[in-house]
Write a protein that binds this ligand. Structure first.
Ligand code: SF4
Ligand code: SF4
Length: 405
């Protein structure tokens, strides 16, 4: 049985399952574990406290094996190219629409990719005779996927901290499977001592710095050094908190994630329209750049009503940000649009059961008042302030009334 198992078998099965990229690499020490530890120590993780756990296992993924099971020897790194098309500029820059990061145009990739990893592990188990399970991780475990993707030769890490594959770009979802079999790709000249990049993929940012310059919130402390606490993706997806007031105007119309530092990358230029191999990732038209006000309509108030939200975003990664978080993001985008057309919607958000959207609705109404001088906004804010119990929301309302936005 074992004679049929090789890295080629694994790669062929991965291709059959719908992965665009697959490489195997012997497990050692994560090449940039020191950098990651320093990044954590600098307080970059913010509310992502889970990143602070399992430091040793992140450095040595072989330690992820369950007690009593064989140690992991091989890391299978998989990539899914999710590029579909570039958003037309007129749509992307329309302030009345909410732009969603392109990885979230289809269904949740975690749910799509995880069963495929189980299948790949089952294939390896079948061929090796193993009775224990491998470790299947889709963005959820203590593994530095981009580090291993670079070490395995799938691409290089760009200054925007994304994995870039020359010829294909950076629209890649990464996943890893850890197994106890030795499956190293002997054709790759990977140096296990220095973790040097194999010769199969070469690439570099060179002197380019477009992503660093284009970031609207100045989230890059430097090349390869992204500060999530300034990043639109962090605030609109990961954070459950109030967005710093100074950052809000720079979010524009991005309501879930942000692709700007990838959109400007020359490696992503002129990629033809395509459909991802995994059908579940195909875009739902209503999730790309829907009008911001759509989710306030009485027939489907998905920004206001938890049931409507769950139904509208069934199987979408947008669920991760939760309804209150998404309504917060939408309020920021409405404030940046600063149109009188948004007043009714914001008035509804201002009485939401959750203080998070209430705080940002107040800010947005203040922005509209400052921009349009709409007279009905002051009484709306005054009435809401009169019954507001949350101190931070009250502060936002007072600032809005004073025209401080
Ligand atoms: S995702 Fe957006 S906000 Fe975050 S670093 Fe990239 S360009 Fe900046
Ligand atoms: S935009 Fe330029 S610097 Fe940034 S990741 Fe792409 S090639 Fe590298």
């Amino acid at each position: 049985m074992a004679a049929h198992l090789s890295h080629l078998t694994v790669r062929r099965r991965a291709a059959y399952l719908g992965f665009d990229l697959c490489a195997v690499i012997p497990i050692g020490e994560a090449p940039h574990a020191d950098f990651f530890d320093a990044w954590i120590a600098a307080g970059r993780a913010g509310e992502m406290t889970y990143l602070e756990r399992n430091r040793n296992r992140r450095r040595f993924p072989a330690l992820l094996a369950e007690p009593g099971t064989p140690p992991f020897e091989t890391l299978v790194v998989l990539g899914v190219d999710y590029h579909q098309f570039d958003l037309p500029v007129a749509l992307r820059d329309d302030p009345s629409r909410g732009i969603v990061a392109s990885y979230a145009w289809g269904n949740d990739y975690h749910e799509i990719i995880r069963p495929l990893l189980y299948d790949l592990d089952a294939t390896i188990r079948h061929l090796s005779g193993r009775t224990t399970h491998g470790k299947c991780l889709v963005d959820t475990g203590p593994v530095l996927e981009r580090d291993w993707a670079a070490a395995a030769g799938l691409g290089f890490t760009g200054k925007n901290c994304c994995t870039i594959r020359p010829g294909a770009g950076s629209w890649l979802l990464l996943a890893v499977l850890l197994v106890p079999e030795q499956l190293a790709d002997e054709r790759m000249e990977w140096d296990t001592e220095t973790a040097a990049q194999p010769t199969s993929v070469r690439g570099t940012c060179g002197r380019c710095a477009r992503c660093l310059v284009a970031c609207p919130t100045a989230a890059f402390a430097g090349p390869y050094d992204l500060d999530p606490l300034r990043c639109i993706s962090y605030w609109t997806i990961e954070s459950r908190g109030i967005v710093p007031r100074a950052l809000r105007p720079h979010f524009g119309n991005r309501i879930f994630g942000c692709d700007i530092c990838q959109e400007v990358c020359p490696y992503n230029r002129r990629r033809p329209e395509r459909a991802p191999l995994l059908a579940g990732l195909h875009a739902h038209q209503s999730r790309i750049a829907a009008p911001l006000l759509d989710g306030f309509q009485p027939e489907n108030p998905y920004w206001l009503d938890p049931v409507a939200f769950s139904e509208h975003f069934a199987r979408s990664p947008i669920k991760r940000a939760r309804r209150a978080g998404m309504l917060r993001n939408v309020c920021i985008a409405l404030g940046n649009w600063a149109s009188r057309l948004a007043i009714d919607a914001l008035q509804q958000a201002l009485v939401d059961e959750d203080p998070l959207p209430r705080a940002h609705a107040a800010w947005a109404l203040g922005r509209i008042q400052s921009t349009t001088r709409a007279e009905q906004i002051r009484p709306i804010l005054e009435r809401a302030l009169g019954v507001e119990a949350d101190e931070r929301v009250g502060d936002e309302m007072r600032l809005a009334l004073r025209g401080e936005t």
